[in-house]
Design a protein around this ligand. Structure first.
Ligand code: BG6
Length: 483
């Protein structure tokens, strides 16, 4: 179903995110028939070029990053025909008049995507207002990082609030656009089965792992100032934690969902220093030139920034008091694997012989790759061996349960951009949520700074520093395997 007619202006329209994600994503939506014929995508950036030049750039970007779907050449031409470009100076006056002229006219949804450094958010917002484009129907989309601590996030929220209402601001966390993340809500709130068990009485602990095999790549400068805590935990892992732990919202509507998420963040316990493990990856042995260590990759031989973090926290409310939540994320790890695991408690008593074996139910929600949800249940080992218990998965892997040909692949970004056009903020972060997340993160980071904390080295392709294993082992638990 096509969305309403729209004009989407992408500030930073020639940048990495636009070329890798936003434009290929829009093209896929176009091919799926969701983008109306008269809708326009307007690239706005500093580079001097005309709309034809921009179309060529986008053609190349789609060739390089489009991947995953087949299309007719005519479809690409038609999509390119809906693109425009304005060379604009975010800090000056150049280009704004042209943009204003382009945006004047017919009734349509107007969205402005700020795919630029956060330091430019205020400048762009101010100019949009000055040139009459920030009316109360306009929508803006802002990317992370949303600040680098509570103070800067507050300042950013304040600046944006000068020009836009909260219901016009779409703060993107692309993890919320991932298919399984939404499925997590369907599983939790669409089934009777799980809710009665979803609390500290039945759940032993919850793990959230987002492991990556990539290093910091060409983003060394940004990453060295940020680290895994700011880059991943404050936003992506926090959002996953909220969705797994929140109370059932009264309805699946933006504020009902976001109110519940906010309560989780505000109930998070401060993290004790010995409940955090930080790591920095080492070079790949014998392949240092291709896969250098973290410090070389960020060009800072004395860097104390973490490329890996594992931590333990708790949520102080009636549902979760006493249940540990273990969070872990890192780069250059053994495998790319994102998973949320709910480990249930032991049965209160075993009626079987000691050597029958004993297993816990484990619900694992896999975000990537091989997205799907698996529930481990205990059964009798088939055969004549007597009553021996084994663990088998009750599987809901998409690949098997649902014919992949029937499922349209929708990348997180394209889903979220379409939500902006539809005016649905459910999968976007509200200003108070972001601030609350920083309020929890800040003291942890300040503690490291005060102690001059040095991250532990870990091997390229490993599961992080051994201290991370210890974090769980000393509590009689272990991390799920990263596979
Ligand atoms: C980004 C981080 O927000 O998410 C990157 O800045 C990280 O460092 C990326 O690699 C991970 O996203 P995904 O969708 O590949 O898991």
């Amino acid at each position: 179903i096509p969305v309403d007619l729209f004009d989407l202006v992408i500030f930073g329209g020639t940048g990495d995110l636009a070329r890798r994600k936003i434009l290929p994503g829009l093209f896929r939506r176009f091919c799926a028939g969701q983008m109306p014929d008269q809708a326009r995508v307007i690239g706005a950036a500093r580079s001097e070029m005309d709309s034809d030049g921009y179309r060529e750039m986008v053609r190349e970007a789609i060739g390089e990053f489009g991947g995953g779907h087949t299309f007719e050449p005519a479809q690409l031409e038609a999509f390119l025909g809906q693109l425009e470009y304005v060379a604009i100076d975010a800090l000056g006056e150049q280009g704004w008049k042209e943009l204003q002229a382009l945006m004047a006219g017919t009734e349509r949804v107007e969205a402005y995507y700020f795919s630029v450094a956060p330091s430019l958010f205020g400048e762009i917002a101010e100019r949009l207002q000055k040139w009459g484009m920030a009316d109360d129907q306009a929508r803006i989309v802002v990317e992370k990082p949303f600040g680098r601590d509570l103070e800067t996030a507050r300042a950013l929220n304040k600046t944006l609030a000068t020009y836009f209402n909260e219901d016009q601001i779409y703060r993107i966390d692309h993890y919320l656009g991932k298919e399984t993340v939404q499925n997590l809500m369907a599983v939790r709130f669409g089934n009777m089965l799980f809710e009665p068990l979803w609390n500290s009485q039945y759940v032993d602990h919850i793990q959230i792992t987002v492991a990556e095999t990539v290093g910091v790549g060409g983003r060394g400068e940004y990453y060295d100032k940020s680290g895994a805590m700011r880059d991943m935990v404050q936003n992506h892992l926090m959002q996953l934690l909220c969705l797994i732990a929140m109370e059932p919202p009264a309805r699946f509507s933006p504020d009902a969902v976001r109110d519940e998420k906010l309560k989780v963040i505000r109930a998070l316990e401060p993290v004790l220093p010995y409940h955090v493990v930080r790591g920095q990856y080492q070079a790949e042995p014998c392949n240092e030139a291709k896969n250098p260590g973290f410090r070389t990759a960020v060009g800072n031989p004395r860097s104390r920034t973490e490329s890996f973090i594992a931590l333990r926290t708790e949520i102080s409310n009636w549902r979760w008091a006493g249940t540990p939540f273990y969070l872990r994320t890192g780069k250059r790890m053994q495998a790319r694997s994102s998973e949320i695991t709910v480990v249930f408690k032991d049965t209160p008593h075993s009626i079987f012989a000691e050597d029958a074996g004993r297993h816990r139910n484990v619900l694992s929600i896999r975000l990537q790759p091989n997205e799907g949800i698996t529930l481990g249940v205990t059964i009798k080992e088939p055969g004549p061996g007597g009553m021996r218990l084994i663990d088998v998965p009750l599987d809901m892997s998409y690949a098997e349960a649902i014919n992949p040909d029937d499922v349209e692949h929708v990348d997180a970004y394209e889903r979220l951009i379409m939500d902006v056009i539809r005016g649905n903020q459910t999968l976007f972060m509200r200003g108070d949520e972001v601030e609350a997340a920083w309020a929890w993160t800040d003291p942890i980071i300040k503690g490291w700074e005060a102690r001059n904390d040095v991250p532990k080295p870990y091997d390229h392709g490993s599961t992080g520093p051994t201290d991370s294993t210890e974090l769980l082992r000393r509590e009689g638990r272990e991390w799920r395997q990263v596979t």
